[in-house]
Design a protein around this ligand. Structure first.
Ligand code: PLP
Length: 431
Protein backbone atom coordinates (compact mmCIF):
# COMPACT_ATOMS: atom_id res chain seq x y z
CA UNK A 1 0.00 0.00 0.00
CA UNK A 2 1.20 3.54 -0.76
CA UNK A 3 2.43 5.81 2.06
CA UNK A 4 0.83 3.56 4.70
CA UNK A 5 2.23 1.91 7.81
CA UNK A 6 1.79 -1.66 6.65
CA UNK A 7 2.03 -3.13 10.14
CA UNK A 8 -1.06 -1.22 11.26
CA UNK A 9 -3.66 -3.69 10.00
CA UNK A 10 -4.71 -6.88 11.79
CA UNK A 11 -7.88 -8.71 12.80
CA UNK A 12 -9.05 -5.66 14.78
CA UNK A 13 -8.13 -3.04 12.24
CA UNK A 14 -9.09 -3.95 8.72
CA UNK A 15 -8.20 -2.13 5.52
CA UNK A 16 -11.11 0.18 4.67
CA UNK A 17 -12.53 -1.00 1.37
CA UNK A 18 -14.45 1.58 -0.63
CA UNK A 19 -16.79 -0.03 -3.13
CA UNK A 20 -19.04 2.68 -4.54
CA UNK A 21 -19.30 6.44 -4.98
CA UNK A 22 -22.09 8.86 -5.71
CA UNK A 23 -21.78 12.65 -5.79
CA UNK A 24 -19.89 13.77 -2.68
CA UNK A 25 -20.25 10.38 -0.96
CA UNK A 26 -18.60 6.97 -1.01
CA UNK A 27 -19.71 3.65 0.51
CA UNK A 28 -17.54 0.98 2.10
CA UNK A 29 -17.81 -2.79 1.88
CA UNK A 30 -20.07 -2.81 4.96
CA UNK A 31 -22.50 -0.40 3.27
CA UNK A 32 -21.47 2.57 5.45
CA UNK A 33 -21.71 5.97 3.79
CA UNK A 34 -19.03 8.66 4.09
CA UNK A 35 -18.74 12.22 2.97
CA UNK A 36 -15.62 12.34 0.79
CA UNK A 37 -13.94 15.36 2.34
CA UNK A 38 -10.76 14.95 0.29
CA UNK A 39 -12.20 14.26 -3.20
CA UNK A 40 -10.51 10.85 -2.73
CA UNK A 41 -7.00 12.35 -2.94
CA UNK A 42 -7.63 15.95 -4.05
CA UNK A 43 -8.79 14.66 -7.42
CA UNK A 44 -12.44 13.59 -7.91
CA UNK A 45 -13.32 17.22 -8.68
CA UNK A 46 -16.58 16.58 -10.55
CA UNK A 47 -17.74 14.12 -7.87
CA UNK A 48 -18.36 10.39 -7.85
CA UNK A 49 -20.69 8.33 -10.02
CA UNK A 50 -20.41 10.28 -13.27
CA UNK A 51 -21.54 7.56 -15.64
CA UNK A 52 -20.91 9.68 -18.70
CA UNK A 53 -17.17 9.49 -18.01
CA UNK A 54 -17.37 5.71 -18.19
CA UNK A 55 -19.47 5.96 -21.33
CA UNK A 56 -16.88 8.22 -22.94
CA UNK A 57 -14.20 5.65 -22.08
CA UNK A 58 -16.28 2.80 -23.51
CA UNK A 59 -17.01 4.71 -26.73
CA UNK A 60 -13.30 5.43 -27.15
CA UNK A 61 -12.33 1.79 -26.57
CA UNK A 62 -14.82 0.73 -29.26
CA UNK A 63 -13.13 3.11 -31.68
CA UNK A 64 -9.46 2.82 -30.68
CA UNK A 65 -8.41 1.22 -27.39
CA UNK A 66 -4.82 2.39 -27.56
CA UNK A 67 -2.30 3.93 -29.80
CA UNK A 68 0.78 5.81 -28.75
CA UNK A 69 1.19 9.55 -28.97
CA UNK A 70 4.89 9.51 -29.80
CA UNK A 71 5.44 9.85 -33.53
CA UNK A 72 1.70 9.45 -34.11
CA UNK A 73 -1.41 11.13 -32.85
CA UNK A 74 -5.08 10.24 -32.49
CA UNK A 75 -8.21 12.39 -32.42
CA UNK A 76 -8.85 12.50 -28.64
CA UNK A 77 -5.29 13.54 -27.79
CA UNK A 78 -5.29 16.22 -30.48
CA UNK A 79 -8.61 17.59 -29.30
CA UNK A 80 -7.60 17.52 -25.64
CA UNK A 81 -4.26 19.24 -26.27
CA UNK A 82 -6.08 22.01 -28.16
CA UNK A 83 -8.66 22.39 -25.45
CA UNK A 84 -6.16 22.45 -22.58
CA UNK A 85 -3.95 24.95 -24.43
CA UNK A 86 -6.97 27.19 -25.10
CA UNK A 87 -7.86 27.19 -21.39
CA UNK A 88 -4.29 27.75 -20.17
CA UNK A 89 -3.26 31.40 -19.80
CA UNK A 90 -1.09 33.37 -22.22
CA UNK A 91 1.33 31.51 -24.45
CA UNK A 92 1.08 28.19 -22.60
CA UNK A 93 0.22 26.45 -25.84
CA UNK A 94 2.24 23.23 -25.79
CA UNK A 95 0.83 20.21 -23.96
CA UNK A 96 2.84 17.09 -23.11
CA UNK A 97 0.72 14.33 -21.57
CA UNK A 98 1.78 11.96 -18.79
CA UNK A 99 0.02 9.38 -16.61
CA UNK A 100 0.03 11.44 -13.41
CA UNK A 101 1.51 14.23 -11.33
CA UNK A 102 4.97 12.87 -10.54
CA UNK A 103 5.54 12.16 -14.23
CA UNK A 104 4.37 15.69 -15.02
CA UNK A 105 6.81 17.25 -12.53
CA UNK A 106 9.59 14.93 -13.70
CA UNK A 107 8.90 15.95 -17.31
CA UNK A 108 8.83 19.66 -16.44
CA UNK A 109 12.18 19.44 -14.65
CA UNK A 110 13.70 17.61 -17.60
CA UNK A 111 12.21 20.11 -20.03
CA UNK A 112 13.68 22.98 -17.98
CA UNK A 113 17.14 21.43 -18.11
CA UNK A 114 16.90 20.52 -21.79
CA UNK A 115 15.64 24.02 -22.67
CA UNK A 116 18.58 25.72 -20.95
CA UNK A 117 21.05 23.24 -22.46
CA UNK A 118 19.69 23.85 -25.96
CA UNK A 119 20.40 27.56 -25.43
CA UNK A 120 23.98 26.97 -24.30
CA UNK A 121 23.17 27.09 -20.56
CA UNK A 122 23.81 23.42 -19.72
CA UNK A 123 24.97 24.29 -16.19
CA UNK A 124 21.45 25.43 -15.25
CA UNK A 125 20.25 22.28 -13.49
CA UNK A 126 19.10 23.27 -9.99
CA UNK A 127 15.51 23.63 -8.92
CA UNK A 128 14.28 25.78 -6.05
CA UNK A 129 11.15 24.63 -4.20
CA UNK A 130 9.65 25.31 -0.78
CA UNK A 131 10.02 23.52 2.53
CA UNK A 132 7.43 20.80 3.12
CA UNK A 133 6.07 21.11 -0.42
CA UNK A 134 5.11 17.81 -2.04
CA UNK A 135 5.98 17.55 -5.73
CA UNK A 136 5.85 13.78 -6.22
CA UNK A 137 7.90 10.69 -5.59
CA UNK A 138 9.93 9.78 -8.69
CA UNK A 139 13.60 10.44 -7.97
CA UNK A 140 13.80 13.74 -9.86
CA UNK A 141 10.53 15.10 -8.48
CA UNK A 142 11.50 13.85 -5.02
CA UNK A 143 14.57 16.09 -5.17
CA UNK A 144 12.13 19.01 -5.30
CA UNK A 145 9.80 17.60 -2.64
CA UNK A 146 10.67 19.33 0.61
CA UNK A 147 9.45 16.77 3.17
CA UNK A 148 12.47 15.18 4.89
CA UNK A 149 10.64 12.02 6.01
CA UNK A 150 9.76 11.18 2.37
CA UNK A 151 13.32 11.74 1.18
CA UNK A 152 15.71 10.06 3.60
CA UNK A 153 14.72 6.45 2.77
CA UNK A 154 15.83 6.98 -0.83
CA UNK A 155 18.92 9.15 -0.62
CA UNK A 156 21.00 10.08 -2.48
CA UNK A 157 18.38 11.86 -4.58
CA UNK A 158 18.87 13.53 -7.94
CA UNK A 159 21.12 16.51 -7.15
CA UNK A 160 20.05 20.12 -7.47
CA UNK A 161 17.00 20.40 -5.19
CA UNK A 162 17.16 23.54 -3.00
CA UNK A 163 14.52 24.62 -0.48
CA UNK A 164 13.30 27.99 0.71
CA UNK A 165 10.68 29.09 3.28
CA UNK A 166 7.00 28.66 2.51
CA UNK A 167 4.21 31.20 2.94
CA UNK A 168 2.80 30.24 6.34
CA UNK A 169 1.15 33.51 7.42
CA UNK A 170 -0.16 31.99 10.68
CA UNK A 171 3.35 31.23 11.91
CA UNK A 172 4.97 34.39 10.53
CA UNK A 173 6.19 36.96 13.06
CA UNK A 174 3.99 40.10 13.00
CA UNK A 175 6.93 42.35 12.14
CA UNK A 176 8.08 40.19 9.21
CA UNK A 177 7.46 41.46 5.66
CA UNK A 178 4.97 39.00 4.07
CA UNK A 179 6.98 39.13 0.85
CA UNK A 180 10.23 38.13 2.56
CA UNK A 181 9.43 34.54 1.55
CA UNK A 182 9.50 35.65 -2.10
CA UNK A 183 12.77 37.51 -1.54
CA UNK A 184 14.19 34.32 -0.01
CA UNK A 185 13.94 32.79 -3.48
CA UNK A 186 16.17 35.51 -4.91
CA UNK A 187 18.63 35.11 -2.04
CA UNK A 188 18.81 31.41 -2.77
CA UNK A 189 19.29 31.98 -6.50
CA UNK A 190 22.17 34.35 -5.72
CA UNK A 191 23.63 31.93 -3.18
CA UNK A 192 23.55 29.02 -5.65
CA UNK A 193 24.79 31.17 -8.54
CA UNK A 194 22.05 32.34 -10.95
CA UNK A 195 23.61 30.59 -13.92
CA UNK A 196 23.24 27.22 -12.16
CA UNK A 197 19.49 27.51 -11.46
CA UNK A 198 17.06 26.04 -13.99
CA UNK A 199 13.68 26.62 -12.37
CA UNK A 200 11.58 27.63 -9.40
CA UNK A 201 8.80 25.12 -8.70
CA UNK A 202 5.81 26.30 -6.62
CA UNK A 203 2.20 25.32 -6.01
CA UNK A 204 -0.32 28.18 -6.15
CA UNK A 205 -1.53 27.02 -2.72
CA UNK A 206 0.94 24.71 -1.00
CA UNK A 207 -0.83 21.58 0.18
CA UNK A 208 1.68 20.02 2.59
CA UNK A 209 1.96 22.27 5.62
CA UNK A 210 -1.77 22.92 5.29
CA UNK A 211 -3.13 25.06 2.44
CA UNK A 212 -0.49 27.77 2.53
CA UNK A 213 -1.92 30.57 0.39
CA UNK A 214 0.36 33.22 -1.14
CA UNK A 215 0.36 36.71 0.37
CA UNK A 216 -0.81 39.40 -2.10
CA UNK A 217 1.95 40.20 -4.58
CA UNK A 218 3.95 37.03 -3.83
CA UNK A 219 3.78 35.46 -7.26
CA UNK A 220 4.28 38.80 -9.02
CA UNK A 221 7.48 39.27 -7.01
CA UNK A 222 8.60 35.70 -7.78
CA UNK A 223 7.93 36.26 -11.49
CA UNK A 224 10.13 39.40 -11.46
CA UNK A 225 12.90 37.51 -9.63
CA UNK A 226 12.79 34.61 -12.10
CA UNK A 227 12.90 36.99 -15.07
CA UNK A 228 15.79 38.95 -13.58
CA UNK A 229 17.89 35.78 -13.31
CA UNK A 230 16.77 33.84 -16.39
CA UNK A 231 15.11 31.17 -14.24
CA UNK A 232 11.91 29.39 -15.34
CA UNK A 233 8.80 29.49 -13.16
CA UNK A 234 6.88 26.21 -12.96
CA UNK A 235 3.44 26.28 -11.37
CA UNK A 236 2.78 22.83 -9.90
CA UNK A 237 -0.98 22.62 -10.17
CA UNK A 238 -1.47 18.89 -9.73
CA UNK A 239 -4.03 19.83 -7.08
CA UNK A 240 -4.69 23.53 -7.77
CA UNK A 241 -6.03 23.32 -11.35
CA UNK A 242 -9.41 22.19 -12.72
CA UNK A 243 -11.60 24.33 -10.50
CA UNK A 244 -10.02 23.62 -7.13
CA UNK A 245 -9.40 27.36 -6.64
CA UNK A 246 -12.39 28.51 -8.73
CA UNK A 247 -10.45 28.81 -12.02
CA UNK A 248 -9.23 26.25 -14.50
CA UNK A 249 -5.69 27.02 -13.31
CA UNK A 250 -4.47 28.23 -9.93
CA UNK A 251 -2.14 30.79 -11.54
CA UNK A 252 -5.26 32.48 -12.98
CA UNK A 253 -6.61 32.90 -9.48
CA UNK A 254 -3.49 34.75 -8.31
CA UNK A 255 -2.78 36.52 -11.61
CA UNK A 256 0.65 35.26 -12.62
CA UNK A 257 2.03 33.77 -15.80
CA UNK A 258 4.28 30.72 -15.34
CA UNK A 259 6.55 29.24 -18.02
CA UNK A 260 5.07 25.80 -17.36
CA UNK A 261 2.11 24.32 -15.51
CA UNK A 262 2.18 20.75 -14.23
CA UNK A 263 -1.23 19.18 -13.76
CA UNK A 264 -2.94 15.78 -13.23
CA UNK A 265 -5.69 14.53 -10.84
CA UNK A 266 -8.75 16.71 -11.68
CA UNK A 267 -7.95 16.75 -15.42
CA UNK A 268 -10.05 13.60 -15.65
CA UNK A 269 -11.66 14.05 -12.21
CA UNK A 270 -9.45 10.99 -11.54
CA UNK A 271 -11.66 8.64 -13.57
CA UNK A 272 -8.55 7.81 -15.63
CA UNK A 273 -4.87 8.32 -14.79
CA UNK A 274 -3.59 11.34 -16.67
CA UNK A 275 -1.34 14.34 -16.17
CA UNK A 276 0.31 16.96 -18.33
CA UNK A 277 2.98 19.60 -18.62
CA UNK A 278 1.70 22.72 -20.32
CA UNK A 279 4.64 24.74 -21.61
CA UNK A 280 5.01 28.11 -23.27
CA UNK A 281 5.78 28.43 -26.97
CA UNK A 282 9.21 29.79 -26.02
CA UNK A 283 10.02 26.56 -24.16
CA UNK A 284 9.02 24.37 -27.06
CA UNK A 285 10.94 26.35 -29.63
CA UNK A 286 14.40 24.71 -29.35
CA UNK A 287 12.79 21.30 -29.95
CA UNK A 288 10.96 22.35 -33.10
CA UNK A 289 14.15 22.87 -35.11
CA UNK A 290 14.98 20.33 -37.81
CA UNK A 291 16.61 17.27 -36.20
CA UNK A 292 15.94 18.41 -32.62
CA UNK A 293 14.00 16.34 -30.09
CA UNK A 294 12.79 16.43 -26.48
CA UNK A 295 14.18 12.94 -25.81
CA UNK A 296 11.60 11.97 -23.21
CA UNK A 297 8.30 10.10 -23.15
CA UNK A 298 6.02 7.51 -21.57
CA UNK A 299 4.14 4.69 -23.33
CA UNK A 300 0.84 5.81 -21.87
CA UNK A 301 1.32 9.56 -22.30
CA UNK A 302 -1.79 10.82 -24.09
CA UNK A 303 -3.61 7.48 -23.80
CA UNK A 304 -6.79 7.74 -25.93
CA UNK A 305 -9.06 6.37 -23.20
CA UNK A 306 -7.72 8.92 -20.68
CA UNK A 307 -7.97 11.73 -23.22
CA UNK A 308 -11.59 10.80 -24.00
CA UNK A 309 -12.42 10.81 -20.27
CA UNK A 310 -10.68 14.19 -19.83
CA UNK A 311 -12.69 15.66 -22.71
CA UNK A 312 -15.95 14.39 -21.21
CA UNK A 313 -14.86 15.76 -17.82
CA UNK A 314 -14.24 19.19 -19.35
CA UNK A 315 -17.72 19.01 -20.90
CA UNK A 316 -19.11 18.57 -17.37
CA UNK A 317 -17.03 21.52 -16.16
CA UNK A 318 -18.46 23.73 -18.90
CA UNK A 319 -22.05 22.51 -18.67
CA UNK A 320 -22.23 22.85 -14.89
CA UNK A 321 -19.86 25.81 -14.64
CA UNK A 322 -17.93 24.08 -11.87
CA UNK A 323 -15.32 26.86 -11.66
CA UNK A 324 -18.11 29.43 -11.26
CA UNK A 325 -19.77 27.23 -8.64
CA UNK A 326 -16.61 27.21 -6.57
CA UNK A 327 -16.22 30.99 -6.85
CA UNK A 328 -19.85 31.46 -5.83
CA UNK A 329 -19.69 29.03 -2.91
CA UNK A 330 -16.22 29.26 -1.47
CA UNK A 331 -17.28 32.01 0.95
CA UNK A 332 -20.00 29.75 2.38
CA UNK A 333 -17.58 26.89 2.89
CA UNK A 334 -15.04 29.18 4.57
CA UNK A 335 -17.74 30.68 6.77
CA UNK A 336 -18.94 27.20 7.79
CA UNK A 337 -15.41 26.13 8.76
CA UNK A 338 -14.72 29.40 10.60
CA UNK A 339 -17.64 28.62 12.89
CA UNK A 340 -15.28 26.07 14.46
CA UNK A 341 -13.14 28.87 15.93
CA UNK A 342 -15.14 28.62 19.16
CA UNK A 343 -13.28 25.34 19.79
CA UNK A 344 -10.03 26.14 21.65
CA UNK A 345 -7.95 23.63 19.64
CA UNK A 346 -8.76 25.35 16.34
CA UNK A 347 -5.80 27.63 15.67
CA UNK A 348 -6.13 28.57 12.02
CA UNK A 349 -8.64 27.96 9.23
CA UNK A 350 -6.97 28.75 5.93
CA UNK A 351 -7.21 28.14 2.21
CA UNK A 352 -8.99 29.35 -0.91
CA UNK A 353 -11.55 27.91 -3.29
CA UNK A 354 -12.59 24.43 -2.19
CA UNK A 355 -9.25 23.74 -0.53
CA UNK A 356 -8.91 24.31 3.22
CA UNK A 357 -6.82 23.24 6.20
CA UNK A 358 -7.49 23.58 9.90
CA UNK A 359 -4.37 23.82 12.05
CA UNK A 360 -4.83 22.45 15.56
CA UNK A 361 -3.04 24.07 18.49
CA UNK A 362 -2.64 23.54 22.24
CA UNK A 363 -3.58 27.17 22.90
CA UNK A 364 -5.59 29.29 20.49
CA UNK A 365 -4.54 32.56 22.15
CA UNK A 366 -0.77 32.02 22.10
CA UNK A 367 -0.70 29.63 19.08
CA UNK A 368 1.26 27.24 21.31
CA UNK A 369 1.99 23.97 19.55
CA UNK A 370 1.05 20.53 20.80
CA UNK A 371 4.04 18.54 22.07
CA UNK A 372 5.36 16.06 19.50
CA UNK A 373 3.98 13.03 21.38
CA UNK A 374 0.48 14.55 21.41
CA UNK A 375 0.73 15.39 17.69
CA UNK A 376 1.54 11.76 17.01
CA UNK A 377 -1.44 10.68 19.06
CA UNK A 378 -3.80 13.11 17.31
CA UNK A 379 -2.61 12.03 13.87
CA UNK A 380 -3.03 8.37 14.83
CA UNK A 381 -6.56 8.69 16.23
CA UNK A 382 -8.29 11.61 14.50
CA UNK A 383 -8.89 10.06 11.06
CA UNK A 384 -10.57 7.03 12.67
CA UNK A 385 -12.79 9.23 14.83
CA UNK A 386 -13.81 11.34 11.84
CA UNK A 387 -14.45 8.19 9.84
CA UNK A 388 -16.67 6.83 12.61
CA UNK A 389 -18.67 10.07 12.28
CA UNK A 390 -18.93 9.66 8.51
CA UNK A 391 -16.17 11.97 7.25
CA UNK A 392 -13.32 10.74 5.10
CA UNK A 393 -10.41 13.12 5.11
CA UNK A 394 -6.75 13.36 5.95
CA UNK A 395 -4.94 14.51 9.05
CA UNK A 396 -1.45 15.69 8.25
CA UNK A 397 1.58 16.51 10.40
CA UNK A 398 4.25 16.81 7.76
CA UNK A 399 5.23 20.30 8.91
CA UNK A 400 5.09 19.23 12.58
CA UNK A 401 1.63 20.56 13.52
CA UNK A 402 -1.60 18.55 13.21
CA UNK A 403 -3.80 19.69 10.34
CA UNK A 404 -7.19 18.53 9.11
CA UNK A 405 -7.39 18.86 5.32
CA UNK A 406 -10.65 19.56 3.51
CA UNK A 407 -10.90 19.36 -0.23
CA UNK A 408 -14.45 18.25 -1.14
CA UNK A 409 -15.73 17.64 -4.66
CA UNK A 410 -16.57 20.92 -6.42
CA UNK A 411 -20.27 20.04 -6.38
CA UNK A 412 -20.48 20.21 -2.57
CA UNK A 413 -23.04 22.64 -1.12
CA UNK A 414 -24.57 23.67 2.22
CA UNK A 415 -25.81 20.15 3.04
CA UNK A 416 -22.32 18.77 2.66
CA UNK A 417 -20.74 21.60 4.71
CA UNK A 418 -23.13 20.72 7.54
CA UNK A 419 -22.13 17.06 7.29
CA UNK A 420 -18.48 18.07 7.49
CA UNK A 421 -19.16 20.20 10.57
CA UNK A 422 -21.26 17.49 12.22
CA UNK A 423 -18.22 15.18 12.13
CA UNK A 424 -15.56 17.80 12.85
CA UNK A 425 -17.17 19.63 15.77
CA UNK A 426 -17.45 16.80 18.32
CA UNK A 427 -14.10 15.35 17.26
CA UNK A 428 -12.22 18.63 17.61
CA UNK A 429 -14.03 19.44 20.86
CA UNK A 430 -12.66 16.19 22.29
CA UNK A 431 -9.12 17.33 21.46
N1 PLP B 1 2.68 17.65 -7.30
C1 PLP B 1 1.75 17.98 -6.39
C2 PLP B 1 1.54 19.41 -6.04
C3 PLP B 1 0.94 16.99 -5.80
O1 PLP B 1 0.02 17.32 -4.89
C4 PLP B 1 1.15 15.64 -6.19
C5 PLP B 1 0.33 14.57 -5.59
O2 PLP B 1 -0.46 14.78 -4.71
C6 PLP B 1 2.13 15.35 -7.12
C7 PLP B 1 2.87 16.37 -7.67
C8 PLP B 1 2.36 13.93 -7.56
O3 PLP B 1 1.26 13.46 -8.27
P1 PLP B 1 1.01 11.87 -8.46
O4 PLP B 1 0.64 11.33 -7.12
O5 PLP B 1 -0.12 11.83 -9.45
O6 PLP B 1 2.26 11.29 -9.01
Amino acid sequence: MHFTRLGGFDDDREVPIIVRGEGCHVYDAHGRRYLDGLSALFCVNAGHGREELGEAAAAQVRELGFFQAWAHAHPPVIELAERVAALAPGDLNRVFFTSGGSEAVESALKLARAFHRARGDAQRTKVIARRYAYHGTSLGALGATGIPQFRTQFEPLAPGGCHVPNTNAYRRAAEEDPLSCADAIEERILFEGPDTVAAVLLEPVQNAGGCLTPPPGYFQRVREICDRHGVLLISDEVICSWGRLGEYFGCQRYGYQPDMITTAKGLTSAYAPMGAVIASDRLAEPFLADGAMFAHGFTFGGHPLCAAVALANLDIFEREDLCGQVRAREGELREALERLYDIPAVGDVRGDGFFYAIELVADQETKARFPAARVKEIVATLPGELLARGLLTRVDDRAGDPLVLLCPPLIAGPEEYEEILAALRPTLEQI
